[in-house]
Each structure stands twice: as structure tokens, then as C-alpha cells.
Design a binder for this molecule. Structure first.
Ligand SMILES: [Zn+2]
Length: 336
């Protein structure tokens, strides 16, 4: 068996959450003996990091702790303003969070390495900051962590490549996060194409942002790129209807042209399917001959009270089965 253990969007902001991820990977590595472990972004929950840092910054700027807290509370209460406010003037830049994020990434990567003994592939998301991520990645000493960003690496006989981040959104416009404008992504995809042409058929493509898919391509009903309908969402636990599909058309085109056998995506943490009348974490799309899997955000997950991931049996250039994992058990298995 060629098993791939996959989790995405851990969004950690504390040591306890890093431990939680380590335990999950350790348990499933022992039980399922995968030959490849993939942990995809968003690794950090930038919102939390920034709020804490913003608080410190306000105090350094002369506000009392009480006033700093009040200011943050007022800003958060303003309708229509996301708490990515620290990105905008007059608070000049997000680099104040870089050291803290670097430590977080380093701890996280060490935890992943210590719980598996096979090659590990990383792929940062739009919540990750480029410089601290890359520094922590370079510091890894095991030689088992790979970051095949816009290039093909051969791992366990598989051609693996990654498209990190997502497309531009207003609050992330800067050159420090993994967020692409269409034009710059086009250029990077050309690089990737060159690498694919040198290596041959892609086995595994990681795309943080799911490729756009259509309803008839969803194997389990909802799709890797479908959000809930936010207008009909009274609370996190009551998903009453399907919202739009928000996958990325450029990655879809890329998948259609290069037909990777397996595409692992994330970003849409609420990816889900229905089983016995209950919504469960995880979705599968089939675009052409490519199988796309998004297990949904690691933890906390919208539909499960334990951490989630996926185990994919990949043999002879073909996805044999996809199993979604919840906690220490298998949730549902789809065979092709
Ligand atoms: Zn994301």
C-alpha cells in the first residue's frame, strides 16, 4: 500500500494545538503506516497572533493595557471591518508578528517531524507569512521535510508539486503573504509547467486553494470548494443550505491541462459531505481524471468534534480509495 496521510488548515496559535496535531499524526502514522505525510497550510491562525501583537504594539505606543484592550474591542465591534486591521495604516506592517510566527512554525515543523519517520510535504496557505515560514522551513534538520513550491520533486517514486496560498483578497494585499494576483500566479504556473515537462506525469499536486469544480464533478455532494450559504447561517452548527463554490479557475485550468492523478487541497475549512443524513467533514471532486480531496480544516472542524484528516491509498498511478479520518477512527471510505 502507498498510503498518504493528509491534514490541512491546522491554524495553530498555541503549544496545546501543536501537541494535538502531533498526537494525531503519531497515532495514524503508527496505525496506517503511510509512506508520505502531507500537512498543508494555513499553519497559523494569523488573526490570533496579530491581535496579541497588536495589543503589545499599542502598549508600546503608550496606551495603558486597559485602553489598548478597549481600542481593540471597539475596532472589532465595527461592522464590516475584519480584524486584519493591523495590516492597514497607520499601523504600518505585519512584520511585528514575524518572530512570533517563526517560533510557531519551527515548533510545529519539529512536532510533525518527531511524529513521523517518512517524507513530509508542506504547502503554506494564504494565512502564512512568507519570510517566517521559509526561515523555519530552512532550519529543519531532518532532511525529511519538502516544500515543492512551483516545482516537481520526486518522493517515493511519485512526482509531487505544490501551489501555495490563494488568490488575492483585499485584506491580504501585500508581498509578505502567500496570496497571488492572477498575473503573478500565471508566471509561477509557467515555471511549474516547465518542471512538469522535465519530470513527466504529475502524481500529486497540492493546491491550498481548491480548483473550481462543478456540481456534477462532486463525488459526495458538496464539493471541495463549496462554502455554506452565509446568509442562511444562524450559527456555526446549523448549515442549512449550500453556498457558492469559490474554487480558483486558474488552478482548475492547470489541473485540466496536466491531469495530476491526485490533488490535495484545503482552505475551505468547511468542506463537507452528507452521510446518513448528517454533515461530515471532507469532500471529493473529480475534475477530468484527477481526484481532488479536501478533508476540511484539521481542528476545530465545522462538522466534527475531533481532529480530521484523510488517508489516501495511491497505487500504480491511481487513487484506489479515499478515507476521511475523524479522531482515531475512519469516518467514511470512498473506493474508485
Ligand atoms: Zn486558506
Amino acid at each position: 500500500m502507498t498510503g498518504i496521510l493528509y491534514v490541512t488548515d491546522p491554524g495553530v496559535s498555541s503549544t496545546a494545538q501543536i501537541d494535538n496535531l502531533g498526537k494525531f499524526l503519531g497515532f495514524h502514522s503508527k496505525v496506517s503506516k503511510p509512506c508520505l505525510v502531507v500537512v498543508a497550510g494555513d499553519y497559523s491562525d494569523m488573526t490570533d497572533v496579530q491581535e496579541h501583537e497588536y495589543f503589545q504594539q499599542l502598549v508600546r505606543a503608550g496606551l495603558s493595557e486597559e485602553d489598548a484592550e478597549k481600542r481593540i474591542g471597539e475596532e472589532k465591534a465595527q461592522p464590516g471591518i475584519s480584524f486584519y486591521r493591523p495590516y492597514q495604516p497607520p499601523i504600518p506592517q505585519p512584520w511585528y508578528a514575524a518572530d512570533q510566527l517563526y517560533c510557531l512554525y519551527s515548533d510545529l515543523f519539529r512536532m510533525i517531524e518527531s511524529n513521523t519517520d517518512v517524507p513530509i510535504i508542506l504547502n503554506p496557505g494564504n494565512h502564512d507569512l512568507i519570510r517566517p515560514y521559509q526561515n523555519a522551513f530552512k532550519d529543519s534538520k531532518s532532511g525529511r521535510i519538502f516544500n515543492p513550491e512551483f516545482k516537481v520533486e520526486k518522493l517515493n517514486g511519485m512526482n509531487v508539486a505544490a501551489i501555495p496560498g490563494s488568490q488575492e483578497r483585499l485584506r491580504f494585499v501585500d508581498d509578505r503573504t502567500y496570496c497571488w494576483k492572477d498575473l503573478s500566479l500565471n508566471e509561477l504556473l509557467r515555471q511549474l509547467t516547465q518542471s512538469v515537462e522535465e519530470h513527466g506525469q504529475l502524481d500529486l499536486l497540492l493546491t491550498h486553494m481548491p480548483p473550481q469544480a462543478y456540481d456534477h464533478e462532486s463525488l459526495l455532494g458538496f464539493g471541495c470548494d463549496r462554502t455554506p450559504d452565509w446568509n442562511l447561517l444562524p450559527s456555526r452548527n446549523m448549515i442549512t443550505d449550500q453556498g457558492p463554490r469559490v474554487g480558483y479557475n486558474l488552478t482548475r485550468q492547470y489541473v485540466q491541462i496536466h491531469n495530476p492523478h491526485l490533488v490535495l487541497s484545503g482552505h475551505i475549512e468547511e468542506a463537507r459531505h452528507a452521510q446518513d443524513g448528517t454533515l461530515r467533514a471532507g469532500a471529493i471532486d473529480k475534475i477530468g481524471a484527477s481526484i481532488v480531496v479536501n478533508p476540511g480544516g484539521f481542528f476545530p472542524n465545522w462538522f466534527e468534534t475531533s481532529p480530521v484528516g484523510a488517508l489516501i491509498d495511491y497505487q500504480d498511478g491511481k487513487v484506489q480509495s479515499v478515507s476521511f479520518i475523524v479522531g482515531e477512527g475512519l469516518s467514511s471510505t470512498v473506493r474508485s
